[in-house]
Design a binder for this molecule. Sequence first.
Ligand code: GP9
Ligand code: MN
Length: 422
Amino acid sequence: DSGDVNDVLNYTKAHDAKPNDKYFGKGKGMNVIYVSLESFQSFLIDRKVNGQEVTPFLNALTHDKNTFYFDHFYHQTGQGKTSDAEFLMENSLFPLPQGSVFYLKSQNTYQATPAILKSKGYTSAVFHGNYKSFWNRDVMYQSLGIDKFFDARYYDMQPDHVLNYGMEDKPYFKESMPLLENLKQPFYSRFISLSNHFDFELDDEDVTFPPGDYGDSVVNRYFQTAHYTDEAIAQFFNDLKTSGLYDNSIIILYGDHYGISENHNRALSKVLGKEITPYENTKLQRVPLFIHVPNVKSPGKPLHTYGGEIDVRPTLLHLLGIDTKNYIQFGSDLLSKEHSNIVPFRNGDFVTPDYTYTKGVCYSNKSEEKVSEKKCEPYDKVTKEKLSLSDKVVYEDLLRFYTPKDFTPFDKNKIDYRREVQ
Ligand code: GP9
Ligand code: MN
């Protein structure tokens, strides 16, 4: 009930990270373009296979003067995969320990970013080259306040352009451009790339990169699909520049979750040139995060701040000049001096700049050796607190008892994804 929500609020208010004056409001009024990079792990960045860069476009972006690139950024997804990553970004709440929150808790009240931005004059939209019911998105998106949903019905799903999970990334981004350009500005949007999805297939004519030679066809192909997606992103950025949108849009690219599971550790250890221990496997849960903000100078080199998907929303809202202290959220602004650098994983493991906790063992990051459990205890406590409070909010639908100051509730029944009415 409302008493429970107050307990949560006390916690989130006490843990609020104040915005950094240097960046607060620097993207005010700009459009927002999120791109979910399917199964993109950080080890792809700056990786060479057969002497050739796998992701030349993204590699260059890590040094861009207006882009913040985070190389100690972790996915925090559970069984809901891509949709869990979306949930984390929209709400700064954790997805569920079991099952998919998009299926199980789609009827909850949320104060998601699209809804927060609605009262500031934003239109929100998602672009997805598959059908709208995948991951129950068409139901969940209404609760998140997403105005428009461009799904497979809006794309030319000719066999040539469709493979595996839906539209191939190049035609997908190409066909999305006119839809995006027609949106009323400012807009808040999300693109969901698909080509770099297990089991990493490409049509012959789309292959522009040689396969790896690691004795595992899945791992070998992973570099080819990742390269294809890198080219698709390069094409998308070019089109954004041509359209002028590049100059007034914050662009956030993020890897949604891992792509190569532990079943492929043998090949992966050949790729990385080291054994994949449980400690190393935890490091492999890093996914790239890029935040491009027009006219804002970034360090132009990788930032080593520890963070996870839960932290992206407060980072973005602060860039847009929206204070988040009245929102119930469990992440903290990656650019804030008060950012919390304890990164909880959905299974209760965690990393901090000094320690890594996985499979019941506490490791020192410095020595990569097992250390006393005691060292991890304070961070274990924070991890458990955050996960259990967030779960309480979601399982008990607590946001229905609380309306943040400055938040205008919306009528989700007015949101309609039938094509005729778009
Ligand atoms: C397709 C995509 C599937 O809608 O979200 O990706 P997954 O969740 O399996 O990674
Ligand atoms: Mn995915």
